[in-house]
Design a protein around this ligand. Structure first.
Ligand code: HEM
Length: 152
C-alpha cells in the first residue's frame, strides 16, 4: 500500500515538471488559475530552485545573500515558493511578511531589479513556458516592484 502511494506521488512529481506551462486535462484556459496553468506546487519549486542560485551567485546581487547561513537561505527560498504559490491561486497560507516590509532598507536599485529580471528570463527560458504563462509570471513579478525597489 505504502509503495503504491509512494509510486503515485513520484509519478505526480515527475508529471508536474513537463506540465509546466500547460493546462490540466479538462480545464479551460479561463477557469484555470495561474497556479494550475504553471503545473502546481512542484513546478513552482523547480522554478525557484533554478532561479534562486542564479541570484545568490550573481556578481552584483550576491551582496544580498552574503554571509547568510544555509538554513536562513532555505527558509527564505521556501517563503518565496509559498508567496508565489499563494499569489498564483494555490491553496497555501503565506506566513511570510509582505513585500514592502521584507525588503525595506535593503536599498534595492533599479539596476538590481533589471539584473533579477534577466535571471528570471533565463529561468523561464529553461522551463519553456507558453507565452501566456510567461507573460502572467512576469506581470505578477512586476506588480511587486514598487514595494521592493527603493533606489533609482
Ligand atoms: C532584486 C530583487 C530582490 C532582491 C535583491 C531580494 C532580496 C531579498 C532578501 C535578501 C531577502 C531576505 C530578507 C531577510 O532575511 O530579512 C528577501 C526576502 C523575501 N523576498 Fe526578496 N528580493 C528581491 C525580489 C523579490 C521578489 C520579486 C519577490 C516576490 C515575487 C520577493 C519575495 C521575497 C519573499 C517572499 C521574501 C521572504 C519574506 C519574509 O522573510 O517574510 N523578493 N528578498
Amino acid at each position: 500500500m505504502n509503495k503504491t502511494i509512494r509510486q503515485l506521488a513520484l509519478g505526480m512529481a515527475i508529471a508536474a515538471a513537463p506540465m509546466f506551462g500547460s493546462l490540466h486535462a479538462g480545464q479551460s484556459q479561463s477557469e484555470a488559475s495561474l497556479y494550475q496553468r504553471l503545473g502546481g506546487y512542484d513546478a513552482i519549486v523547480a522554478v525557484v530552485n533554478d532561479l534562486f542560485p542564479r541570484l545568490a551567485e550573481d556578481e552584483q546581487l550576491g551582496r544580498f545573500w552574503a554571509h547568510r547561513g544555509s538554513d536562513g537561505i532555505a527558509r527564505e527560498k521556501q517563503l518565496l515558493i509559498d508567496f508565489i504559490t499563494n499569489q498564483a491561486g494555490g491553496t497555501l497560507y503565506y506566513r511570510g511578511r509582505d513585500m514592502k516590509v521584507s525588503h525595506i532598507e535593503m536599498r534595492i536599485s533599479e539596476s538590481d531589479w533589471q539584473i533579477m529580471m534577466q535571471h528570471l528570463d533565463a529561468t523561464l527560458d529553461k522551463f519553456k513556458l507558453a507565452d501566456r504563462e510567461r507573460n502572467d509570471v512576469i506581470a505578477f513579478i512586476e506588480s511587486t516592484k514598487a514595494d521592493i525597489v527603493e533606489l533609482p
